[in-house]
Design a protein around this ligand. Structure first.
Ligand SMILES: [Fe+2]
Length: 308
């Protein structure tokens, strides 16, 4: 099974706007008037890529303006002193402020999500911390695949919220110590769809919805909705692997955590059936091939700052 790499559209748009600003500034006669064009990419970088992105864009813009001034004016020192110095300071400060505001909003967003996940998990002591751990393992797989940062962030949020639909599952079923009856299992199987309807009014979470909706699909079509392979979004396939990994490495009411040999055996057996082969390979690589380290990574949980 081959991977489909996703393209960061925001990055392409941002690059085109930056390039447009550079070209306009280079060719225009009245450079002093068009110097403010660089506010557009700098503020966008602050919005999309936070303080680091805005700082890099502002400094690159200032350097570019200085180089063009050197090439265009005899008195380039005068142009830099009169036009560039004050403009450059405003450019850096404005970009930084937008970036810092975006970081604060993102952190508040993530904290709210973590609180929601913890509230849901508090109904069942056995799954406490499960969502943060699934999110962490899923992001590590995404990083291993070198997915774009915005997609890693979506996968982290989807991981934290993947079982939010269990709010709609009766507590006596969630806490049941023995195996579930067929009717109870059918009830539990509704949780991806309940989760989707809980979250669908939140526009900020729209990208996570498909990952949550399909997180119990198997690549061979034997999941809840019988979707196969690429019909299942990549983020959902990643969540399925991370979810199973965390379930196997932790105690449950009906069984103890599995041994590393057994987990290795299950993942190898289910590679290409329940799980995407490439994702199993990535998981085995990030967990040191499951031979030396089977313990789930420490969740970043509430402390997680959006740095993706
Ligand atoms: Fe689930």
């Amino acid at each position: 099974m081959r991977f489909r790499w996703s393209i960061d559209l925001k990055l392409i748009i941002f690059f085109l706007i930056s390039l447009g600003s550079l070209v306009i500034f280079y060719y225009v006669e009245d450079k002093a008037a068009f110097i403010n064009f660089f506010f557009i990419p700098t503020l966008l970088a602050g919005y999309f890529y936070t303080t680091k992105g805005s700082a890099i864009t502002a400094i690159t813009s200032i350097l570019f303006v200085c180089i063009v001034a050197f090439m265009s004016f005899e008195d380039y020192i005068g142009f830099i002193r009169q036009e560039v110095l004050l403009w450059g300071c405003f450019l850096i400060v404005s970009g930084y402020v937008i970036g810092a505001l975006t970081e604060r909003i993102n952190a508040a967003h993530l904290a709210t999500i973590a609180t929601l996940a913890l509230a849901m998990e508090s109904r069942d002591a056995y799954t406490y911390g499960h969502s943060s751990r699934v999110a962490e393992v899923a992001v590590r797989i995404a990083r291993k695949l070198k997915l774009p940062r915005y997609q890693q962030r979506t996968i982290r949020i989807a991981g934290m919220l993947h079982d939010i639909g269990k709010f709609g599952v009766r507590e006596e079923i969630l806490r049941k110590k023995g195996p579930l009856t067929e009717a109870e299992y059918d009830h539990v199987r509704q949780h991806p769809f309940i989760g989707t309807s809980i979250l669908s009014p939140i526009r900020l979470l729209k990208d996570t919805i498909p990952y949550i909706y399909y997180h119990h699909e198997h690549v061979d079509g034997k999941g809840y909705l019988h979707k196969t392979g690429f019909e299942i979004p990549l983020g959902a396939r990643i969540l399925a692997v991370a979810d199973a990994y965390d379930a196997m490495t932790t105690n449950r009411p009906y069984r103890k955590a599995l041994s590393r040999e057994r987990i290795l055996e299950i993942f190898k057996m289910e590679s290409g059936k329940q799980f995407d082969q490439k994702l199993v390979k990535a998981l085995l690589e990030i967990t040191d091939d499951l031979k030396t380290d089977i313990s789930p990574p420490e969740p970043r949980g509430m402390k997680a700052k959006i740095s993706l």
